[in-house]
Design a protein around this ligand. Sequence first.
Ligand code: UDP
Length: 240
Amino acid sequence: SLSNPRWRRVVFKISGAALAGNGSQNVDPKVTSLIAREVVAVNRLGVEVAIVVGGRNFFCGESWTAATGLDRTAADQIGMMATVMNSILLQASIENLGTQTRLQTAFKMAEVAEPYIRRRAIRHLEKGRVVIFGAGTGNPYFTTDTAAALRASEINAEAVLKGTNADGLYDCDSRNSSNVGFEHMSYRDMISRGLSASMDITAIHLCEENCIPVVIFNLLEPGNISRALCGDPVGILIDQ
Ligand code: UDP
């Protein structure tokens, strides 16, 4: 419950699409302030929160590559830069509410952020700072879902909580018509049903290997972020 959080340390993955909310711009300020308020509240309860944010609200590399033949590596680098823009925005929004944060990027952007250093990230969390991991894994051909699973494994987080703009699980053909109804699913089921639009399969594999439960939930519903980050039932739980 919120008074007695289940997790000590979590990774909160925010999909880029969720940041766009229902507004017409790349980022909806209502969504960033909702996220900031809830993350700050959870931080004050003593939960160590690390954030990984996506980038598709700014740039969708796959469709661009498919439509233009642009080099995939270039598209992915732009995607990773987009996650850094979202990260800076979230950092500033959270700090606005008086909580300390640190941004660490997977490739060096020395004037903007710290480089990713595992031990330093853990130290920040222990000191009560919210840590934001920018630029995904730093490698093309990966996703920020995988970055979230990777960082969670590295920092011994107890859960990956993926906030999106949709209810339920969905596949590529039904991006908008969600299949609500599952409250629990095993890693294996998730993989065999090919629900990789909800969560990247590489990320699911990594979480399975390291026994890290994953929760996928709609973050646009007020209260859901605090519930998910504290381990209250919300969305869909994926585990053994
Ligand atoms: N990306 C990448 N390597 C990573 C993470 C992200 O190349 O480790 C690129 C990739 O092009 C991806 C984009 O950045 O499509 C944005 O990340 P993602 O698709 O995970 O964002 P989301 O769907 O959550 O908005």
